[in-house]
Design a protein around this ligand. Structure first.
Ligand SMILES: [Zn+2]
Length: 79
């Protein structure tokens, strides 16, 4: 058996807690150091997205935009 080439270890900083961790392709949480840090980052991203998507004026506008048109069409007397 030949010696397995010992490649120099790559250290990356966890985006959430800035902890230095060894880059490991088998680490499914990379580039995060742990699942917790990954969830924190995803959570921050998701809540930011949610805030934008949950803007009340968008829903209000689209429903009031859709309603009067069909109502007006039905209510309008033809004669
Ligand atoms: Zn971390």
């Amino acid at each position: 058996m030949a010696n397995t080439p010992q490649t120099k270890k790559t250290l990356v900083a966890c985006p959430t807690c800035s902890k230095q961790l060894e880059w490991n392709p088998e680490n499914k949480f990379r580039p995060f150091c742990s699942e917790r840090c990954k969830m924190i980052d995803l959570g921050a991203w998701a809540s930011e997205e949610y805030k934008v998507a949950a803007e009340p004026s968008v829903d209000d506008y689209s429903s009031s935009f859709d309603d009067p048109e069909s109502q007006d069409h039905q209510d309008r007397p033809l004669h």
